[in-house]
Ligand binder design. Structure first.
Ligand SMILES: *Cc1c(COP(=O)(O)O)cnc(C)c1O
Length: 508
């Protein structure tokens, strides 16, 4: 009897497995999916189903961010033990964040801003990149990986710094970041070259972002280099936004935000809310979609783009088309034409049909576009697309500040504009949450010149104290630090010498 009982209990704790969006056969565990990053067939890992929350909103209302993170993440990462997962969470969401609540809500007029920029690099990528290193090293241990993990990243600015901050001094890891010399802003460059941590390396390449990215990609595919590294006890891994270990931690803050709105009496039990997300690679809004499927009462998911409006056109026409001009905007983290995480949504609305998805992705690769079927379009009713022009973004920052004193960054302003436009056009009065993805201090030049033209020619650092004064907010640690920090990284190399540079850094 006792034996049967135990067996039944083990059976109940089912392992959630992950599949590639391009292969119906193979499954891997959560920790293997995190270690691999991308599936071997080029597809993205997705859970076989989206798990439901197994705690009530009543319980979630009183939980801290860390407790909420555990309640959500344990449903996805079922092969992590309670102790492992709680350790990862404790190491990630600590005093690297400048507020105990980690992701505070600001109510401004009739909109709730979920501020996701209180971490080490004052942008929302910290939410996931502060926990990914711990998930990755735990996953390595669980799968008996003995090698030290070397993170290789090419960056156009934001991701590199957030990854450096996340991996700095994490035992069992090294991180090497390549950026285009002269191709990032002064603040972004200073943030990277002053990075602390004995396991961090930053290299400026003589070339553009594409050169940096191709160089990194070539190293990932280099079998000979892989062998050399293994002999020296190293293996490469990526901190890319398609890693499921970046997506799952992002589901947490939507669950947390809903529970806090409820606790603060802003909404009633089971009241639906809309969520607007400033979108680039479709990771953040996909996390909101997963939160909805877990049981959070979310009605519409409003996908906000800047002038690179591939998503807006996709939701309007059912055609995804990257054949267009790439536009540089004041919200650079949303300047993309290939939205990698969208593949996970395509797979879902194709009825989890890997073959169908793989066919569409092959079309995207071959001719730069694809069209989804009518059936698939019907499954997109949760989503609304919108976009803001540069002028509308600027006006939103200006007018919101003039009316309320609240200062938002350019990415958040794109979402705020789209949220307002949707509300006016649809007459949908559902309360709306806007994901606020960066601190205004991070994009200070665009923000301040939107507020007043007189700041247009000012030096970025001179504007810092002015922003603090007019907004009544204190200067974030991330900004104070780079004002005075020593330059620690001065390595430069030609774009065809990246491999040699990596060898030198690792001593192989
Ligand atoms: C990365 C980023 C985005 C876009 O997020 P996705 O998950 O790629 O859609 C938006 N705003 C800021 C500030 C970002 O850094």
């Amino acid at each position: 009897m006792a034996v049967t009982g135990r067996k039944e209990e083990e059976g109940k704790k089912m392992n959630l497995l992950y599949k590639s969006t391009r292969n119906a056969e193979k499954t891997v565990t959560a920790s293997q999916a995190i270690l691999k990053g991308l599936a071997e067939d080029g597809g993205l890992f997705v859970p076989e189903f989206i798990p439901k929350l197994d705690v009530s909103m009543e319980e979630l209302k009183s939980m801290t961010y860390q407790e909420t993170a555990y309640a959500v993440m344990k449903q996805f990462l079922t092969d992590f033990t309670e102790e492992e997962l709680k350790n990862c969470i404790r190491n990630a969401y600590d005093d690297k964040f400048d507020t105990e609540v980690i992701a505070p809500l600001a109510k401004v007029e009739d909109t709730y801003y979920l501020e996701l920029f209180h971490g080490a690099t004052i942008a929302f990528k910290d939410m996931a990149l502060s926990i990914l290193p711990h998930l990755l090293t735990t996953a390595a241990r669980k799968n008996n990986v003995k090698n030290e993990i070397v993170i290789l990243t090419a960056t156009s600015g934001d991701t590199g710094k957030a990854a450096l901050a996340g991996f700095a001094d994490v035992p069992g890891t090294k991180i090497i970041v390549f950026y285009p010399k002269g191709g990032v802003s002064r603040v972004q460059e200073l943030q990277m070259v002053t990075q602390k941590g004995d396991n961090t390396s930053v290299v400026a390449i003589h070339g553009n972002f594409d050169n940096a990215q191709s160089g990194v990609k070539a190293m990932f595919e280099d079998k000979e280099l892989e062998k050399e590294l293994a002999e020296a006890g190293y293996q490469f891994s990526s901190a890319n936004s398609i890693n499921i270990g970046r997506l799952v931690p992002q589901v947490v803050y939507y669950v947390y935000a809903y529970a806090k709105l409820l606790e603060n009496g802003e909404i009633e039990e089971n009241e639906k809310i809309n969520v607007t997300v400033p979108t680039g690679n479709f990771g953040n809004i996909l996390a909101a979609y997963y939160a909805k499927q877990m049981g959070v009462p979310i009605n519409r998911l409003i996908c906000a783009s800047n002038e690179n409006k591939v998503h807006f056109d996709f939701f309007r026409t059912g055609v995804y088309d990257r054949n267009r001009e790439f536009i540089l905007t004041s919200s650079p983290s949303m300047d993309i034409l290939i939205s990698s995480n969208l593949e996970r949504l395509i797979y879902t609305i194709a009825g989890q049909d890997a073959e169908k998805n793989a066919r569409l992705m092959a079309q995207l690769r071959e001719k730069g576009s694809y069209e989804i079927t009518e059936d698939m379009r019907e499954k997109l009713e949760d989503f609304v697309g919108g976009y803001a022009t540069e002028e509308q973004t600027k006006e939103t920052i200006h007018d919101t500040y003039a009316r309320t004193g609240y200062v938002m960054d350019t990415h958040t302003a794109v979402a705020a504009f789209v949220c307002g436009q949707y509300r006016r056009d649809s007459r949908d009065e559902t309360k709306c949450l806007v994901a606020s993805t960066a601190s205004p201090y991070k994009f200070i030049h665009s923000v301040m010149s939107a507020i007043d033209e007189k700041y247009a020619d000012a030096d970025e650092f001179d504007l810092v104290d002015e922003l603090s004064r007019i907004s009544g907010t204190s200067v974030p640690r991330a900004i104070e630090e780079i004002r005075n920090a020593d330059i620690r990284h001065t390595t430069e190399c030609d774009s065809d010498a990246m491999k040699e540079t990596v060898r030198k850094i690792l001593g192989v």
